[in-house]
Design a protein around this ligand. Structure first.
Ligand code: C2E
Ligand code: CA
Ligand code: CA
Length: 668
């Protein structure tokens, strides 16, 4: 987790800090201003003293003689006396170059006595004369006889360029000091106000920057913890909370023993049915929107502290806290299934999109104790739910584990088999209703596994569909079947089974069929494609368009396994099928329950009235063959007439049917 120092975390926060800073600033500014004011006063005193020195030289007759120790005459005394009191001049003294006092303003008529001045002043006067540089002192009056603030300044007195002595002046600066202090205080006030303003501006800037930084940090940590698309928790944090919940869980049994309330939890996995088709049909932005809305709906059905995560693609996980028994999990699962079954009105699409979801659940204490096991088992339960159809849900069952592992191994082996061309096609003859005229063959995939032996298509086709290998497998079957059929005498036809999953990529199947015909040179009317009603149950419009496009190539379309689905009849009028193949379950029921005969007869009549030919599968006995012939079936297919066999065994001869069921052809 990112951690930066936040100004809000420091003690420099709040009004107290600002008060302290302001007070300190005020103190510093006041001190600085005091110093400035003092210097200003000292400079002023010095300027005054220099002025006085010059003034004395000009205004006092025989001024130079005063430095030779002469006392001023009456006129000079008058002038000197007149100068006193003006511009704050209190006293003045004259010293010679050696610092000896020559004249004091208080006793101008008499020679000063040594006691009239202090040695420090004399020493200063001597120093000033020697250095030819003025000296100043700023002083505060210590009693009522002295001004509150006054300056003493010693300046060299010159005659031409030569220093002849030193003038000491004492100037009352109380008034000036007051004026200076007032104006400096004002200036200080303005300066402090300006400083506080600057600090406030800086603080506002810092606060703004910190706010922005906090916003960025919040966003970064949100993104680190959540799936951007759906807002669900990321896998890492979800797993941590799941682990914590497992550590704190208390199953009902233990809780009862300890006299405490049970703390249960459950893990629920959810997978959308038909999400891939939505993605492929409407594009990824619609797919994303669907996922976003799925996330919202799931958040909507959660309660309290329950957590949602996106495990992968269209697969979500939920940690249900407080679920102590299966009824509470069931309640949530049912809410999920119901919520996700509602159609989505997505932007830009005229029709609502319908996807359902399968759900698997694992309860802590029953289906696992730790996070990994619970997640794994919830996924197992999900797979079981998916196997039983759309919108299904299931709890975990230990036997599922083995099934799934077996399925994974089979998928891996199938991949290798496909890559190395280990799959074969067998062809089962299809005869005319008379049972003797050969019409063609149905291509059936065969896989002889080195250790598993003969793996039936009913096992590996669903695995191929689940793992996406059906595309490669289907393409191979089409190519091989067409290439083989092209070598047969015309008009023998070949029927190829198409899986629903082969229609997921829109019209891609049309191109594949066209390509197979082109590559093999087989006439289109000799190729028949068998589909099941499950295909028509999904996204009918797109599927119908694809079927029409296929038919546009000249191939025939047959509905396989007719009668096994829920509503086979409902699909008959939706597409002009060329043929329907009655499932072998009906064939096997003939001659037993008379109602089967009635149903088969009805199917045949219905199909014929729609100009659809009828094939009956699974003919194993002569009795079945005869019954089907009587019932008006156009084509017959089954072990009685011929088992699926590799192409090298096909003779293309008319049937010489025997009443015995021959064993299946041994695979090469
Ligand atoms: P299906 O299309 O209904 O194929 C007919 C199945 O019935 C074949 O089983 C065939 O061997 C079997 N059969 C034929 N005559 C008789 C009979 O008289 N009695 C009995 N009991 N069975 C008979 P198979 O080959 O095991 O295929 C099973 C299913 O696997 C097929 O059912 C078809 O749905 C699928 N399948 C087979 N090959 C392919 C393929 O290349 N592509 C796709 N997508 N599916 C295939
Ligand atoms: Ca078939
Ligand atoms: Ca069939």
């Amino acid at each position: 987790m990112l951690k930066t120092l936040n100004w809000k975390d420091t003690p420099w926060q709040g009004p107290l800090a600002w008060l302290l800073a302001g007070g300190l600033a005020l103190l510093l500014v006041s001190l600085a201003i005091q110093r400035l004011a003092d210097r200003h006063l000292a400079a002023d005193a010095e300027r005054l003293a220099v002025g006085w020195g010059q003034q004395l030289g000009r205004a006092v007759p025989d001024f130079d003689r005063l430095f030779l120790g002469e006392l001023p005459g009456p006129q000079a005394q008058e002038r000197l006396g007149a100068l006193r009191g003006t511009a704050g001049l209190l006293h003045f003294k004259l010293y010679d170059r050696e610092g000896r006092l020559l004249l004091a303003s208080e006793s101008m008529g008499t020679a000063p006595r040594e006691a009239d001045t202090d040695p420090a002043s004399r020493a200063l006067a001597w120093q000033v004369a020697k250095d030819e540089r003025p000296a100043t002192q700023l002083l505060h009056g210590s009693d009522a006889s002295q001004p509150a603030i006054y300056s003493r300044a010693w300046v060299p007195a010159r005659l031409g360029q030569q220093v002849v002595g030193v003038v000491e002046v004492v100037v009352d600066q109380t008034q000036l000091a007051h004026t200076t202090a007032t104006s400096f205080q004002r200036a200080a006030g303005v300066a402090v106000a300006a400083m506080l303003l600057c600090m406030a501006a800086a603080a506002a800037l810092m606060r703004h920057r910190a706010g922005r930084e906090k916003h960025v940090l919040d966003r970064v940590s949100y993104l680190a913890e959540h799936d951007v698309l759906t807002g669900a928790l990321s896998h890492g944090p979800f797993n941590q909370r799941l682990q914590r919940a497992c550590a704190q869980a208390l199953p009902p049994g233990k809780a009862a023993a300890a006299g405490e309330t049970p703390r249960g939890l459950a893990v629920i996995c959810i997978d959308l049915d038909g999400f891939c088709e939505v993605n492929e049909r409407h594009g990824h932005s619609i797919g994303d929107e669907l996922l976003r809305r799925t996330g919202q709906r799931l958040q909507g059905v959660l309660r309290g502290a329950d957590l949602l995560t996106r495990l992968a693609g269209d697969r979500f996980g939920i940690l249900q806290l407080g679920a102590a028994d299966s009824p509470s999990v069931t309640a949530l699962v049912e809410r999920i299934v119901d919520s996700l079954a509602q159609p989505h009105q997505l932007p830009g699409l005229a029709d609502p999109v319908r996807v359902s979801a399968c759900v698997g659940a694992a309860l802590h204490g029953v289906d696992g104790e730790d996070a990994d096991t619970l997640l794994h088992n919830a996924e197992m339960a999900l797979l079981r739910a998916k196997a039983s159809g759309r919108g299904a849900w299931s709890f975990y069952d230990a036997s599922l584990d083995r099934t799934l592992q077996e399925r994974r191994a089979l998928a891996a082996d199938l991949r290798v088999a496909l890559q190395h061309g280990r799959l074969k096609l067998h062809f089962q003859p299809v005869y005319a209703g008379d049972g003797s005229t050969l019409k063609g063959y149905e291509a059936l995939a065969r896989w002889l596994h080195p250790t598993r032996g003969n793996v039936p298509p009913a096992s590996f086709i669903p695995v191929a569909e689940d793992t996406g290998q059906i595309e490669a497998l289907g393409r191979w079957v089409l190519q091989t079947a067409c290439a083989e059929a092209a070598t047969w005498p015309a008009p023998l036809a070949v029927a190829v089974n198409l899986s629903t999953a082969q229609f997921h990529r829109g019209q891609a199947i049309v191109n594949e069929v066209r390509q197979a015909l082109l590559d093999s040179g087989l006439q289109a009317e000799r190729l028949e494609l068998e589909i099941t009603e499950s295909l028509l149950m999904q996204h009918t419009e797109q599927v119908l368009a694809t079927l029409h496009a296929l038919r546009g190539l000249g191939v025939r379309i047959a509905m396989d396994d007719f009668g096994t689905g829920y509503s086979s009849l409902a699909y008959l009028w939706r597409f002009p099928f060329d043929k329907l193949k009655i499932d072998r379950a009906f064939t096997q029921g003939l001659g037993g329950d008379p109602r089967v005969d009635v149903i088969v007869r009805s199917i045949v009549r219905l199909a014929h009235s729609l100009s659809i030919r009828v094939n009956a599968e699974g003919v194993e006995t002569e009795h079945q063959r005869d019954a089907l012939r009587r019932l008006g079936c156009d084509e017959l297919q089954g072990y009685l007439l011929g088992r699926p066999a590799p192409c090298e065994r096909l003779t293309h001869l008319e049937s010489e049917v025997v009443g015995v069921v021959v064993p299946d052809v041994v695979l090469a």
